[in-house]
Write a protein that binds this ligand. Sequence first.
Ligand code: FES
Length: 131
Amino acid sequence: MDIILGFHNDKEALFKDEMRAWNNCVNLIATTDIPSEDEFFESGLVTEYLDTVDIREKKDLRVVIVGSPVVIRSVGQIFTELGLTKQQIWVCYERRVSSGNCQCEHCRVTRPFCCQYGPVFRYDKALTMER
Ligand code: FES
């Protein structure tokens, strides 16, 4: 398993101890926009480290993208260009969810509401839901 996480800076990174522990069992890369003095953190954007993921066994690979719409689009595009199908990619629109009660319309990408039928959607479906 590979986990690539992006933070603005190392001070805002949560679960630092847990990330260091996870790094013993998975390939975990934590990046920061602002370079860190902590050697655990790499500098740069998440998209700069996607080529560290071993995609030779493409058919068994699944990708989950959590982040802003820009991150979702960028990472999804890169993985599809690397040969993954849109059915192998899942995206999370949790950041759009506010009340979670299907009343406020905060999460309405389009119908269906994210809070009702998501917030995790397969990438091919999510692309048809974008505003
Ligand atoms: S979070 Fe308000 S309608 Fe879904």
